[in-house]
Design a binder for this molecule. Structure first.
Ligand code: SF4
Length: 364
């Protein structure tokens, strides 16, 4: 069952809606290395486009690109023009890059108003984003919190992050700019949860971009993101999110979709139900489940497949799935649509499952 969503103001990032009841949008960020040019290092056009294509293929809906210098703006324009996904420009320290990115075709800007320049320079960015009709994400991180808030030692980190973001949102709203998304990230999971709960309470109509920042490599980052983002999403908090992993960007998308599916919000790929195995199991369940998982990765439909090791829970789970197998000594009983349909030897189980999956897909 889908969690009740917090109703926020909707903004559009290209053709992707964020907030206002739209499906929680999945995003990631490219990390292609810079390449040399006559003007010094610049964004790598081919490298970024290749990564964006991989992201799109994995199910990413919005791609973010960091623009480290003004010399990269021309390449950024080319990336936006050729990208299959709407592109968010991520800028620090130089408001003129943000202005250039908006004019180069960015579908959204991501800035930290605390480090992009003076407030007057922030206002210039707001004005150009308004002219271009694109939203701005106000992104504050625990590691770069303005000293005005950082030094409030009697406040929790969540309170300091929330105060900083709220002040910026008020500043933007006073300038009649309302197409805002906000993020306030920390690497600590509990601080992240507390911060977004507070933001959701203090700014209930502003769309939230969730993330546990600097979450780590694949195993640790997946767990931290799943716990932090999963708790919030299950509470109806969050309109878009990025899973931050020290890994190829498309890995983030696989994790993001698993989180959405586990929260009962969105599913775009098959679900594999497989038992953990125990002493009752009489087949090589680990190899069997891994092979089924490998072959399921090629499918892009939300089919549920169960691979179970014995008759204790096997028939029930296999019958509950779209397609399933309950294994026994030397054989597996294949289920489809809740009914037993055939018994096959162990070495034919995977092929039999995929024959039934193909038959089901053909009917859909
Ligand atoms: S389904 Fe059977 S083999 Fe698998 S964990 Fe349960 S009891 Fe053990």
């Amino acid at each position: 069952m889908e969690a009740a969503r917090t109703q926020t103001h909707q903004v559009k990032v290209g053709d992707v809606a964020i907030g206002g009841g739209a499906p929680v949008a999945v995003q990631s960020m490219t990390n292609a290395a810079m390449v040399p040019s006559d003007h010094g290092p610049v964004l790598d056009l081919a490298g970024n486009l290749k990564q964006i294509e991989l992201l799109a293929d994995a199910g990413c809906e919005i791609a973010r690109v960091a623009i480290p210098n003004r010399a990269s703006l021309a390449t950024f324009a080319d990336i936006c023009a050729a990208s299959p996904l709407p592109v968010v420009a991520d800028i620090h320290f130089d408001h003129l890059i943000a202005i250039g990115a908006a004019r180069a075709g960015a579908s959204k800007l991501r800035i930290n108003p605390g480090n992009i320049g003076t407030l007057a320079e922030v206002d210039e960015v707001i004005e150009v984003a308004g002219e271009c009709g694109i939203p701005i994400r106000i992104g504050v991180n625990a590691g770069s919190l303005d000293s005005k808030w950082r030094d409030k030692s009697d406040w929790t980190l969540a309170e300091r992050l929330c105060a900083s973001v709220t002040e910026y949102v008020e500043h933007f709203n006073q300038r009649s700019f309302h197409d805002i998304v906000i993020s306030a990230k920390a690497h600590d999971v509990l601080a992240t949860i507390e911060t977004y709960r507070l933001l959701s309470k203090e700014l209930p109509t502003t769309p939230l971009h969730l993330g546990v920042t600097e979450a780590g490599t694949i195993r640790q980052g997946t767990v931290k993101s799943s716990v932090g983002l999963g708790v919030l999403l299950c509470e109806g908090i969050g309109d878009t999110f990025r899973v931050s992993l020290t890994a190829p960007p498309e890995e983030e998308i696989a994790v993001a979709w698993e989180i959405l599916a586990a929260c009962g919000l969105r599913r775009r790929s098959p679900e594999l139900v497989s038992c953990p195995t125990c002493g009752r199991c009489q087949v090589d369940m680990i190899s069997l489940a891994q092979e089924v998982e490998r072959r399921l990765q090629k499918l892009k439909s939300p089919i549920k497949v169960a691979v179970m090791g014995c008759v204790v829970n096997g028939p029930g789970e296999a019958a509950d799935a779209d397609i399933g197998v309950a294994c026994g000594r030397g054989a597996g009983i294949i289920f489809a649509g809740g009914k037993q349909i055939r018994k096959v030897p162990v070495d034919q189980i995977v092929d039999a499952l995929f024959e039934e999956i193909a038959a089901l897909e053909a009917k859909r």
